[in-house]
Design a protein around this ligand. Structure first.
Ligand code: GTQ
Ligand code: FE2
Length: 361
């Protein structure tokens, strides 16, 4: 039997097109699938590979006004041609050579830096010089002026995370150049932000108005490490505190509100004991993980990805994730959870209402 196409129906579709119209009924499953069907794919970048390429870019490509940053984005192969790790998140390796300066600018996009290894760069945020060292998380909230300078004779590379793809999808991009030269090239041990905000539980009485973006420019590894160590010690002593058995986790937060450090990006550090497992789960948020130390396996929709120091893994929405620690495994993770939560779009495989047959209401 040949499907005769009704000439009138064919004309209807032609006319829809001519008048800028598209019907729902031919695309319903793509537009409204039962669960998220991201084009982005689970993927792993090896630190050695991306770092070697950043070093080569350091030799060949100057950093300066216009291009602004020697940052190489981790581009999800499921989103061809786009510099996006997930539909909402940018992840990049940035490289600054000896005595180089990345010029001052500001933008609506929120940013952070996470340091896998090395030191010697100061990021200057709203005129406050912030040292970057191994294990530190440094914040550059939207609209903060920022430039980076490396006064040493050693290069440095780190991971950048921004909400560039989200901003692009929402058409909320704004950008402004700063002065041509970075005047403040001071190299303090401790930033003014840390001196004012960096003592746990202590708030300056001069700053009692809550801020949507964290005023604490740096979250130091010393504190992160101590918090994770304490959780596992408490577990050994039979007390509460760990996220799940053998799995310590902390979230970087805004000290004025207790919310996520950045309004659009969740940032966390996880420590999984050797041999421990974070069991399978799915969520309607996308994440990027970087191995800070140790090695293990990410099982993403059942696919085994071995990971070691510095490797970066991207986890699109609704990907089933299971993590196995081979040795003790320290993981930095960032995700778009604050956006999903604020829009009441955050679901997990345990809270998806469509998986249970409820009464029609
Ligand atoms: O360091 O200011 O990876 O503006 C992308 C955009 C880094 C930065 C990126 C940026 C920056
Ligand atoms: Fe920037």
């Amino acid at each position: 039997m040949t499907a005769e196409i009704d000439p009138q129906l064919a004309q209807l579709y032609k006319d829809f097109d001519a008048y800028g119209l598209l019907p729902l009924w031919t695309q319903r499953e793509d537009l409204m699938p039962a669960v998220p069907q991201p084009a982005a794919v689970p993927y792993r970048w090896r630190w050695k590979e991306i770092h070697d390429l950043a070093v080569r870019a350091g030799d060949l490509v100057p950093v300066g006004r216009g291009g602004e940053r020697r940052a190489i984005s981790l581009a999800n192969p499921g989103l061809p041609g786009l510099p996006h790790a997930t539909p909402t998140l940018w992840a990049a390796v940035q490289y600054l050579g000896p005595n180089e300066v990345a010029p001052v600018h500001r933008h609506a996009q929120n940013a952070f830096r996470f340091v896998l290894e090395g030191d010697g760069v100061w990021t200057v945020v709203n005129g406050d010089s912030v040292a970057m060292r191994r294990g530190d998380l440094l914040l550059t909230p939207g609209w903060a002026w920022h430039g980076h300078h490396n006064p040493t004779d050693r290069p440095m590379a780190w991971l950048d995370g921004l909400d560039i793809p989200l901003s692009s999808a929402l058409n909320t991009e704004f950008f402004q150049f700063g002065p041509a030269t970075l005047d403040d090239r001071s190299t303090p041990e401790r930033s003014r932000a840390e001196r004012l905000w960096g003592q746990p539980g202590l708030r300056p009485v001069s700053a009692l108005t809550d801020l949507p973006k964290s005023p604490l420019a740096a979250y130091r590894w010393e504190h992160t490490d101590a918090a994770l160590t304490a959780q596992l010690e408490l577990e050994d002593e039979g007390h509460e505190g760990v996220a799940s058995p053998g799995h310590a986790a902390i979230r970087f937060t805004n000290p004025t509100t207790g919310d996520d450090a950045l309004p659009t990006i969740r940032t966390e550090m996880h420590r999984i004991r050797a041999g421990a497992v974070v069991p399978e789960s799915r969520e309607s948020a996308s994440s990027v993980w970087q191995v800070f130390e140790g090695d293990g396996v990410f099982l993403l929709n059942g696919e085994r990805l071995e990971v070691g120091r510095g490797d970066v893994v991207t986890v699109p929405s609704w990907t089933e994730v299971r993590i196995e620690a081979r040795g003790d495994l320290d993981l930095f993770r960032f995700g778009d959870h604050p956006v999903m939560e604020r829009l009441h779009l955050y679901l997990t495989d345990r809270t998806n209402p469509a998986t249970t047959e409820g009464p029609l209401r």
